[in-house]
Design a protein around this ligand. Structure first.
Ligand code: PLP
Length: 365
């Protein structure tokens, strides 16, 4: 295609790694029961939405966002239990904060390390920043392999270690003593990614200001506000001050800020919705585990990882669910440890029932 004036220049200009990479897939989902992305199935009540609409209507769109975010910060601290002494950074989703941490810490070739499989974006963001990603395999039963983690940390001396607590896509929550052992061994910064903390009931946040080499990362995406794109990072102010230098100056738009400020007074509602999903998790796990050839892993998050080894494999189950308008995430070829695995968000009761009915039908002998 050298005669094509565009593709020749693309080949000469766009990084080889980018050309070889697939864009992050976001499937078309209108009309589907959406159990693939750990969103909350619950919408905000109309009264709260009206408050958001009013707040958004009043936002000055002709102006750049305020530089002083201390009022929003105060609200976030109060709503999410961020210690007064901790520094606080906001991101366009926690995905952006993952980028900022890596950009602030890594020279080209420096190592970013995480147990693996875990959140794919740790790997993607590291590579985009010319860092080297090292994934340390979980055990065969998808638990943290602490000796392997400590050996890999000693060998690779990572600038950044990411720990998803609970882990995505497996759902497991690593023991606090194991996390502490990693904190003690890590030569650089450890990011404690608590995206699913509201479903786990344990957190490192109260210690965010004291931890000498760790920051706590959170998002509102999994508690009903995925469309907002808002994440926050808390840690010793000496860390957040450095990482803040990498942040694009106006990364949080006025609409996001206005909407968030209107929603946060109703945080109890979001907690209630999260509690409902948490309560529905184990019954769904039990029902899935009763299906022929299905193994379900313990989860402290708002999703379940299930391994399919019955009469239909995970790829077939995934496809058949899709033809019945149910979306789940297929991890079957993502990593050898996830062979046959689908990740299923806990949905609203009617969605969980529809999923179970479909699976019963698909897997019936
Ligand atoms: C979903 C997820 C995030 C990303 O959250 P956003 O705030 O929506 O960007 C971060 N970390 C983990 C482990 C996740 O699963």
């Amino acid at each position: 295609m050298t005669s094509d004036p565009v593709s020749g220049r693309i080949a000469d200009t766009i990084r080889a790694g980018i050309r070889a990479q697939q864009a992050y897939p976001v499937p078309h989902a209108t009309g589907f029961i959406k159990l693939d992305a750990m969103e909350s199935p619950y919408a905000l009540p109309a009264a709260v939405r009206a408050e958001v609409a009013a707040a958004v209507a009043a936002a000055p769109l002709n102006r750049y966002p305020e530089g002083d975010l201390s009022a929003l910060a105060q609200q976030v601290r109060q709503a999410f239990g961020v210690p007064e002494a901790a520094g606080l950074l906001f991101g366009n989703g926690s995905d952006e904060l993952i980028h900022l941490v890596i950009q602030a810490c890594c020279e080209p070739g420096d190592v970013v390390l995480s147990p693996w499989p875990s959140f794919v974006y740790f790997d993607i963001a590291a590579r985009l920043s010319h860092a080297r990603f090292v994934g340390v395999p979980l055990t065969a039963d998808l638990r943290l392999d602490l000796p392997a983690m400590l050996a890999a940390i000693a060998e690779h001396r990572p600038k950044v270690v990411f720990l998803a607590l609970p882990n995505n896509p497996t759902g497991g929550l690593w023991r606090a003593s194991d996390v502490q052992a990693i904190l003690d061994a890590a030569p650089g910064l450890v990011v404690l990614d608590e995206a699913y903390q509201p479903f786990a009931g344990s957190t490192w946040m109260p210690r965010a200001a004291e931890l000498p080499n760790a920051v706590v990362l959170r998002t509102v995406s999994k508690i009903g506000l995925a469309g907002l794109r808002f994440g926050y990072l808390a840690g010793h102010p000496a860390w957040t001050t450095q990482i803040d230098k990498v942040r694009p100056p106006y990364n949080l738009g006025v609409l996001v800020q206005a909407a968030l400020r209107a929603v946060l007074p109703h945080k109890a509602l979001l907690d209630e919705q999260a509690a409902r999903l948490r309560a529905d998790r184990q019954p769904l796990a039990n029902a899935l585990a009763e299906l022929p050839g299905v193994q379900v892993y313990d989860s402290a998050a708002n999703f379940l990882l299930a391994r399919f080894s019955g009469k239909k494999d995970a790829n077939a189950v995934h496809l058949e669910l899709k033809t019945r308008n149910i979306l789940v995430k297929n991890f079957s070829s993502a990593h050898p440890l996830l062979n046959g695995c689908l990740r299923i968000s806990v949905g609203a009761p009617d969605e969980n029932a529809a999923l179970l009915a479909a699976l019963q039908d698909i897997l019936s002998p």
